[in-house]
Design a binder for this molecule. Structure first.
Ligand code: FES
Length: 188
């Protein structure tokens, strides 16, 4: 078989020239399905490689865009009946306590971050559910199982394996009481 596209053979493109030089439509099915010469096999491989690289790059770009979009999507809020979870005087600044909210939930962790500021999150790490502990001096929550870290003010993962933020318990402070009023989660 001759290389198509060479001067004099009149062929267009890189398909093979049938031995009888007849029209491709008149060739047996197998030749119509695989109309490329052995000599063009390396060209097909290069073409496939380029296609593979382009598709892989596109898939990577789409994945990155999806992750970026997910991190900007508003968290989903669930509102539950208000529940008192601690008296302000119960916790010193830097102190923490666990509670459940709403009743029967997974354990939540309340942390007093300042004279009048509190934060509360689900205590289960979003990686493999180990309990997180406060690391107030670093402004973070720590998961000792695989050294995962979360921002204390937002619950967002900042280091280690976790990729999702900790569900956050919405709080209200009034009359020296800390109340839980709802739970906010990142869509998974
Ligand atoms: S379970 Fe928390 S980092 Fe793995």
């Amino acid at each position: 078989m001759s290389r198509s596209g060479q001067a004099g053979d009149g062929a267009v493109g890189r398909s093979s020239i049938p031995p009888d030089r007849g029209a491709l439509e008149a060739q047996p099915r197998w030749r119509r399905d695989f109309p490329v010469d052995w000599s063009e096999d390396d060209f097909v491989s290069r073409r496939d490689l380029v296609k593979f690289v382009v598709l892989t790059s596109a898939a990577f770009a789409v994945g990155q865009a999806w992750l970026a979009l997910k991190s900007t999507v508003a968290r989903v809020k669930a509102v539950y009946p208000r529940q008192a979870i601690a008296a302000v005087g119960d916790l010193p600044v830097g102190g923490a306590k666990t509670f459940t909210y709403p009743a029967g939930s997974t354990p939540r962790l309340l942390v007093r971050t300042g004279e009048s500021s509190f934060v509360a999150y689900d205590q289960q790490c979003t990686h493999l559910q180990c309990p997180v502990v406060p690391a107030i001096e670093r402004g973070r929550l720590h998961c000792p199982c695989h050294n995962g870290w979360f921002d204390l003010q937002t619950g967002a993962p900042v280091a280690g394996p976790p990729s999702r933020a900790l569900p956050r318990v919405l709080l209200e402070v009034s009359d020296d009481q800390v109340y839980a009023t709802g739970v906010e989660e990142s869509p998974s």
